[in-house]
Ligand binder design. Structure first.
Ligand code: HH2
Length: 273
């Protein structure tokens, strides 16, 4: 398998396809499989390098979803997308059974917001399928993670966690060049925690694996701008552009085109004599 950094040269873009009734910014919009597939194809046409399909919301306060419900949501969308686009499909799940069925249906990337901690079988599923995996940091669980999250040194603690999970993944038989890491913006973090992680992203990039980052529409952008979820696009582009300058490799976004445009302009400036 081609190393992640070669297969998806930085800066890469992951488009979000949420098949949930309750995702924080687009819950219910794409619950119908046809609408979700159409959304994925639109993001692919806009230049997404990967499409991240998720059937369980992880927004603060959300409840877990039974495995059958999650499968019912994501499988038709993965099958539909796999039949109509060559853009690789990622499955955003914490459950090994959902990951395995999604991979069989056409997904080829696993995005686990618990970094292989939730389900003891997840590492084996990823290793056996020899697919890339994203290991994300989260403090606590979605239901309670925003209830007074505390760190002594957020950057050091998140970096230590991601380094430890990378070693765990490698020891579980997952190829090192198929692992990426993610600080998990908004997952058990205050505004200040998110900003520190963004400012010191270079320290996370120094761990080794490429860094995936998702700030799209998140509440800290609302805190900074006063805008509701559907109007945080400009703020999101600003964060993502800054993150790429500080070493981020892939950006997880709800709208691909604005991110692609911003990256194209930044790259043109960088290439000027
Ligand atoms: N954020 C969300 C979900 N999955 N995966 C990674 N690797 N990084 C993230 O930052 C990340 C993620 C939350 O965003 P969204 O999918 O829009 O919302 P919800 O979890 O409510 O479906």
């Amino acid at each position: 398998m081609q190393p992640l950094r070669e297969r998806f040269p930085a800066p890469a873009v992951m488009g979000v396809v949420n098949v949930t009734p309750d995702s924080f910014s687009d819950g219910g919009a794409f619950l119908d499989p046809e609408a979700a597939v159409a959304q994925g194809l639109r993001l692919a046409a806009e230049g997404a390098d990967v499409l991240d399909v998720g059937g369980e919301s992880t927004r603060p306060g959300s409840d877990p979803v039974p495995v059958e419900v999650e499968l019912e949501r994501v499988l038709p969308v993965i099958e539909g997308l796999a039949a109509q686009t060559d853009v690789p499909i990622s499955i955003d799940t914490v459950k090994a059974e959902v990951a395995a069925r999604a991979l069989a249906a056409g997904a080829s990337f696993v995005n686990d917001v618990t970094a292989l901690r939730h389900d003891p079988d997840m590492a084996g599923v990823v290793a056996d399928a020899a697919v890339p995996v994203c290991l994300m940091h989260m403090l606590g669980e979605p239901k309670t993670m925003q209830d007074d999250p505390r760190y002594t040194d957020v950057v050091a603690e998140v970096a230590g966690f991601l380094a430890e999970r990378t070693e765990f993944a490698a020891a579980s038989g997952i190829a090192r060049d198929q692992i990426c890491i993610d600080p998990g913006i908004g997952f058990g973090k205050t505004l200040e925690h998110n900003l520190s992680l963004l400012r010191h992203l270079d320290r996370l990039a120094a761990i080794g694996p490429p860094v995936l980052l998702g700030a799209s529409r998140k509440s800290f952008l609302g805190r900074l701008t006063g805008e509701p979820e559907e109007r945080r696009e400009f703020a999101g582009v600003a964060v993502h552009l800054d993150a790429v300058r500080r070493g981020a490799w892939m950006l997880r976004v709800h709208e691909v085109k604005p991110t692609r445009d911003a990256l194209a302009v930044a790259a043109a400036i960088e290439a000027a004599p």
